[in-house]
Ligand binder design. Sequence first.
Ligand code: FAD
Length: 431
Amino acid sequence: MAEKSFKYVIVGGGVAAGYAAREFAKQGVKPGELAIISKEAVAPYERPALSKAYLFPEGKLPGFHVCVGSGGERLLPEWYAEKGISLILSTEIVKADLASKTLVSSAGESFKYQTLLIATGSTVLKLSDFGVKGADSKNIFYLREIDDADQLVEALKAKKNGKAVIVGGGYIGLELSAVLRLNNIEVNMVYPEPWCMPRLFTESIAAFYEGYYKNKGVNIIKGTVAVGFDTHPNGEVKAVKLKDGRVLEADIVVVGVGAIPLTSLFEGQVETDIRGIKTNAFFKTSAPDVYAVGDVATFPMKMYNDVRRVEHVDHSRKSAEQAVKAIYANEQGKSIDEYDYLPYFYSRAFDLSWQFYGDNKGETVLFGDTDPNSATHKFGQYWIKDGKIVGAFLESGTPEENKALAKVAKVQPAATLDQLAQEGIGFASKI
Ligand SMILES: Cc1cc2nc3c(=O)[nH]c(=O)nc-3n(C[C@H](O)[C@H](O)[C@H](O)COP(=O)(O)OP(=O)(O)OC[C@H]3O[C@@H](n4cnc5c(N)ncnc54)[C@H](O)[C@@H]3O)c2cc1C
């Protein structure tokens, strides 16, 4: 089979790839120089939409491609064609030889590059990986790619007003429970931890969401895990067996128990750390002319003087832009600033919407109205370390308040717990 050759190749066609393409275009990439090779059949899109509007009962999204999320131009497939960027879709790379700068697809095609951007993202952890019995039954779903979402949409149509069990109490669990309720599905949500989203939420924050979800008809079962599934003779899931002995009927199961970065193609060829590909502040890896961005990159977090891997969309966009700027600066013998990232996470479900900036370390102080039964649900939390604010969370903030939240986490002003409890978001708005 003929070998194709490009100056720049991005392997992976998700969020980071789309934002990298836009930055390549800004930097003046010439027609024929850049290729994106993706396992998915569609052009890069804003992945977070898959667990939100993509599953709304009223149907699919009108605007789905990058860069909708950052308020930019929509990069429809035509955009790539106009720029002379090759979108090589439905193509999985199964071998990467960084020494000879060659990638090989499952169909046996070879691709040569001068500079490589690794943007392979993450894949889901599956219950079958842990040997859970019946975990390969039909209608047990994971959500990572558009194909997964399309299959779930079909199941929602086939199982109208049916019953679902959501396994996991993280982002996917919370967002999917909400969207399945909106589809009029009966929802049980199961997780082993004492409260939902324990990696970010404190018990007090979680208490609000758990109360709110209960009011919306989501039945939350904590402190236990799914240990097996019963199956109908046609292979479809029938029930979820819990470790505490309970059995929950289910027409649909959605599992969200974590993700792992897709780095195995490059094993032994690049330095790694925290299960990711180690990069510098320009997302350059230890291999010559190879960059890694998005979920797979383990990078220096300048603000906190440590190294981290971040599985969130804001970082995938910004790291992609930083890497492409660095590639061009390097070619032109120029320098650019080091990546200086302020962690930013968000989620939306039902009519709720929260944002978090900074680090969730140290003592906490809650403010606002945390009663899930009240009409307003504006509340927040600060994290204070060594007398300084290091993290800030806000539910139902206005755009101005969310901006203030980001600023307070970046500036890290000194504050006392009493002061913050009294002033709430007003404190951040003054900074
Ligand atoms: C359902 C869902 C909801 C989310 N919601 C939020 C949210 O609300 N807020 C937030 O901050 N983050 C959210 N995230 C996380 C966010 O989407 C990711 O952090 C982000 O997509 C990472 O970007 P990426 O480009 O590194 O990887 P991805 O966007 O995952 O893209 C990786 C791409 O590489 C392709 N690929 C992988 N291996 C190969 C190969 N060998 N050959 C060819 N192609 C390959 C994949 O098919 C995929 O197209 C969500 C994630 C999911 C799955």
